[in-house]
Write a protein that binds this ligand. Structure first.
Ligand code: NAG
Ligand code: NAG
Ligand code: NAG
Length: 536
């Protein structure tokens, strides 16, 4: 619903418009996405006739004169009333007030002829009363930043190549971005790193919680000089910047926007990959990037594609000249606030190394083994698979163990699903304990530090060896273990294998044909567990 608005009243009289709300969370500059409530209370006193301290715009919505998209209204002043009765109308609950010395009514939905912004709004004379009535304009900015709860690090280029004038343009750009973002604890928070030879934190994420303060501080930033070591800066933000002590809020997606004059002087690929794996959504704003002749000077060809979260174009904004940088403010803000598209944020679906440990013993049988593979495929299908997102590996076991495929061996969902399909049924004994140890050595030892290690053991019978010690060992390595038992599987073993609490990690089905029921359950539990942990 509605956001910030301006109301403009052009007369000798200046209204005092109360924008604060009795509901602490809702103010006049509330962000659109926040007001999904069917109704909310704002300080509008009265119904139809409003006390003069009321907000014109809210009164106008309450009266049904305009919608929450704003518009122009005529305000007519009236004598004070003995009583203002609050009521609920058009989603706005107005308040009651015993009396007030002056009132106003709003009427309107008038269309004025096109005028330039600078023309004053006209005043009209009400012919009946000969009173001057005013036209006010209620303007709601449909916010770029609706629900934009994002932690954003701007990496500004402080290298000498950029020059003083352009450095100033860069600061103006950041000031404008901070303004448009409308920084605040409930919305976006913004910090700045200046990089040259080395990166330096200008402000942490938590240092400024208003655009106004941030703007003043940006103005004071002094150019450091040096090279354009973007890769080094990316390592720095990954290791040090998005920390809780620096103001990382956990629930808010992490975004890094890199401003670079021309091209970086070091390599960015590896540092970007690590940053993406930590859940940082990397955007590149390349100003005056290399032309065809200059490309040979570039340290790393296609550095933008190697760095950004996705190469779809959404995460890169090439800007032809510093003097055109300003035009990038709105598109950039729009994108960083489009939280649904910040696909590099860590989620329960993209931040795992998942190992399937599959029982290939004789008791399973060929047909049921197909069903097990279908189950593995169906679970896999729910995740986002790539080398920087969720990776999947698989082990099949009997008495012996076989690595079917390792983490990162197949890096698209289609490839993983094909690899699952190609697993051939082994047939033999059942040594589940040894299989768990094997999975730890072959798969989890190669897991990445930023991934959640998840093991899914699927078995249909009692193990010939001890599962307890191997399970305990992988639990200690931080592996979250799920056990899925079918038919003759032993309950006690399933519970040893599973991470505590067992009821969330251990499942049993009486027959293979019912295995499919546990696909949503297991995804749901993985996600619930992920969401209950501190993030980023
Ligand atoms: C205002 O007028 C326009 C055009 O006549 C109409 O579409 C709109 O619904 C009106 N708004 C309200 C709040 O009545
Ligand atoms: C008042 O009267 C004048 C002329 O008689 C007319 O042009 C104007 O539109 C009227 N104003 C209103 C608000 O009705
Ligand atoms: C896998 O998914 C397919 C398609 O939704 C379904 O028909 C099948 O029963 C599922 N099997 C298992 C074991 O989950």
């Amino acid at each position: 619903m509605f956001i910030r608005y301006l109301w403009v009243s052009f007369s000798l009289m200046t209204y005092v418009v109360s924008c604060s709300s009795v509901v602490p969370d809702i103010e006049c500059d509330v962000r659109a996405g926040k007001v999904s409530y069917p109704e909310f209370i704002v300080k509008v006193y009265g119904s139809g006739v409003f006390a003069l301290i009321s907000s014109i715009c809210n009164a106008a919505i309450h009266s049904g004169v305009i919608t929450n998209e704003g518009g122009k209204v005529i305000v007519k002043k009236m004598a004070g009333q003995a009583e203002y009765k609050g009521s609920l109308a058009n989603g706005i609950r107005s308040l009651s007030l015993p009396n007030w010395r002056e009132s106003f009514t709003v009427s309107g939905n008038i269309t004025l002829n096109l005028r330039t912004r600078k023309d004053p709004l006209p005043t009209l004379t009400d012919n009946a009363t000969k009173k001057v009535i005013k036209i006010s304009e209620c303007r709601w900015h449909i916010p770029l930043t609706a629900d934009c709860k994002v932690d954003i690090a701007f990496l500004m280029d402080g290298s000498w190549s950029i020059g003083k004038r352009r450095f100033k343009i860069q600061k103006d750009f950041l000031m404008e971005v901070s303004q448009v973002l409308s920084v605040g604890m409930a919305g976006p928070m913004m910090g700045i790193i200046q990089y040259g030879d080395d990166p330096v934190t200008e402000f942490s994420l938590r240092q400024f919680s208003s655009s106004k303060d941030l703007k003043l501080a940006i103005d004071k930033i002094v150019q450091k000089g040096g090279l354009s070591n973007v890769g080094k800066a990316l390592s720095y933000i990954n290791k040090h910047y998005f920390s809780d002590s620096n103001g990382n809020r956990g629930g808010a997606p992490n975004v890094a926007v890199i401003l670079v004059d021309g091209w970086p002087t070091d390599k960015v690929e590896e540092a970007s990959r690590l940053a993406r794996e930590s859940g940082i959504n990397i955007f590149f704003v390349t100003i005056e990037g290399p032309d065809d002749n200059e490309k040979q000077n570039v340290v790393e060809p296609n550095f933008v594609d190697k760095a950004v979260c996705r190469t779809s174009g959404f995460f890169s904004l090439p800007v032809a000249s510093w003097f055109a940088l300003r035009k990038a403010v709105q598109p950039l803000v729009k994108r960083v606030c489009d939280t649904d598209r910040l696909v590099c944020s860590k989620t329960c679906l993209n931040a795992n190394d998942i190992a399937f440990v599959i029982d290939g013993s004789s008791s399973v049988g060929t047909g049921n083994f197909r069903t097990v593979l279908q189950f593995v495929a169906n679970v896999t299908r729910e995740f986002e698979i790539s080398d920087t997102d969720t990776r999947v590996g698989a082990v099949q076991y009997t008495y012996e163990q076989r690595l079917e495929f390792a983490f990162g061996q197949h890096n698209t969902k289609a490839d993983v699903l094909n690899a699952v399909k190609r697993i051939s049924y082994w047939s033999g004994g059942t040594s589940t304990g040894a299989a768990i140890t094997y999975a730890a050595a072959q798969l989890f030892s190669k897991s990445k530090p930023n991934k959640r290690k998840i093991m899914i053991v699927i078995t249909d019978g009692r193990s010939y060896d001890d599962v307890r010690a191997p399970a305990l060992a992988v639990h200690r390595q931080g592996v979250i273990a799920y056990s899925i038992g079918i038919a003759w599987a032993a309950q006690d073993e399933l519970e040893y294998i599973a991470t505590d609490p067992d009821r969330d990690h251990s499942f049993f089905v009486d027959e293979f044909d019912n295995l499919y029921k546990y696909v949503p359950k297991i995804i749901n539990n993985i996600c619930q567990e992920f969401n209950s942990q501190p993030r980023n």
